[in-house]
Design a protein around this ligand. Structure first.
Ligand SMILES: Cc1cc2nc3c(=O)[nH]c(=O)nc-3n(C[C@H](O)[C@H](O)[C@H](O)COP(=O)(O)OP(=O)(O)OC[C@H]3O[C@@H](n4cnc5c(N)ncnc54)[C@H](O)[C@@H]3O)c2cc1C
Length: 301
């Protein structure tokens, strides 16, 4: 058991929102502890080349490492621990149970626990997760060199995944239930259109996945066509990481938090909040804003 210290602020999450909040709270002289989940950087860590965060042209992980060092320079402490529960209130302090078995107490909390890929709920998807079904092209793409893969989805994440996989796999099919990629950025749509080894199957949804004896996947569409491939990469949206919060903290149907419906002393930043355009730039902006609100709150105690 660790010695229980009352921190000024505990930040949950080490993605761009949490690390920005840590930088601001640290620079304001607040005793700042980040409980950063299991790894550094959140979703940003999986981005091979970041093209739309102003001033940065490297990988997402390199940016996360830089943000971490910057926050630590100003005194923020970062532990790779996940919150299991939060109890208490503004009067007595917020009491967080970590998955390392320790308790962490803060006068305020900034929730920046981001989002995780929404899971595919069709027959076979759960059983074949890690055995041909993946939610992370940058993590698993390597295993599909010169193979045939499907990407399911039609937003920026799906198109980014397809482009990434097109450099590794032989053929990539994008399966999308709508008639066009209207939700994706034009630059990504154009790049997809230019790639000879990417085929787009619009107005197509999936209903079942199975594995053959030769290790190939048989993916069945809702109109009963079968597609044979080696891997299925799913990119159909995200759900907020808020399972560890109690029922009384209001969430929308994606598990996201509204900044103005939180208990006193709790603040929110990044993809975990509702009505946010899920980008690094917006996560950084809301991380800064949540930190400034928390600093202002602490200065008035
Ligand atoms: C494949 C992919 C490509 C992308 N490409 C781009 C791009 O090119 N440009 C762009 O701007 N955006 C891109 N994004 C989106 C961008 O990465 C996210 O919008 C951004 O990372 C959100 O930051 P965040 O800090 O809010 O949350 P996240 O990055 O999701 O980080 C959440 C953090 O919380 C931690 N956590 C989770 N649960 C707990 C818990 N219980 N306790 C403590 N910590 C917890 C996680 O470990 C993580 O550290 C991409 C996303 C993906 C998935």
């Amino acid at each position: 058991m660790n010695e229980v210290i009352m921190h000024d602020v505990i930040i949950l999450g080490s993605g761009p929102a949490g690390l920005t909040a840590a930088l601001y709270c640290g620079r304001a002289g607040k005793d700042t502890l980040v409980l950063g989940g299991d790894t550094l950087g959140g979703q940003m860590a999986g981005i091979a080349t970041l093209e739309n965060y102003p001033g940065w042209a490297g990988s997402g992980l390199a940016l996360a490492e830089f943000m971490k060092q910057q926050a630590e320079t100003f005194g923020a402490k970062i532990k790779f621990v996940s919150a299991k529960t939060i109890a208490g209130d503004a009067e007595s302090g917020f009491n967080i149970l970590g998955d390392d078995g320790n308790r962490y107490v803060g006068k305020s909390v900034i929730i920046a626990t981001g989002a995780s890929p929404r899971k595919l709920q069709i027959e076979g998807a759960r059983e074949l997760f890690g055995k041909g079904v993946s939610y992370c092209a940058t993590c698993d793409g390597f295993f599909y060199s010169e193979k045939d893969v499907i990407v399911m989805g039609g937003g920026n994440s799906a198109l980014n995944d397809a482009l990434y996989l097109a450099d590794i796999a032989k053929n990539v099919k994008i399966v999308y239930r709508k008639s066009a990629f209207t939700r994706a950025e034009a630059v990504l749509r154009n790049r997809v259109a230019e790639r000879e080894n990417i085929e787009c199957l619009f107005n197509t949804d999936l209903k079942k996945i199975a594995k053959r004896d030769d290790d190939k996947l048989v993916v069945t569409t809702t109109d009963n066509k079968e597609i044979i491939c080696d891997g299925l990469f799913v990119a159909i949206g995200h759900e907020a990481n808020t399972d560890y919060l109690t029922e009384d903290i209001a969430r929308d149907n994606m598990g996201r938090l509204a900044p103005d419906a939180l208990p006193r002393g709790i603040f929110v930043a990044g993809d975990v909040q509702s009505e946010l355009k899920m980008q690094i730039a917006t996560a950084v902006g809301t991380g800064c804003s949540a930190a400034m609100d928390a600093i202002n709150y602490l200065n008035q105690l």
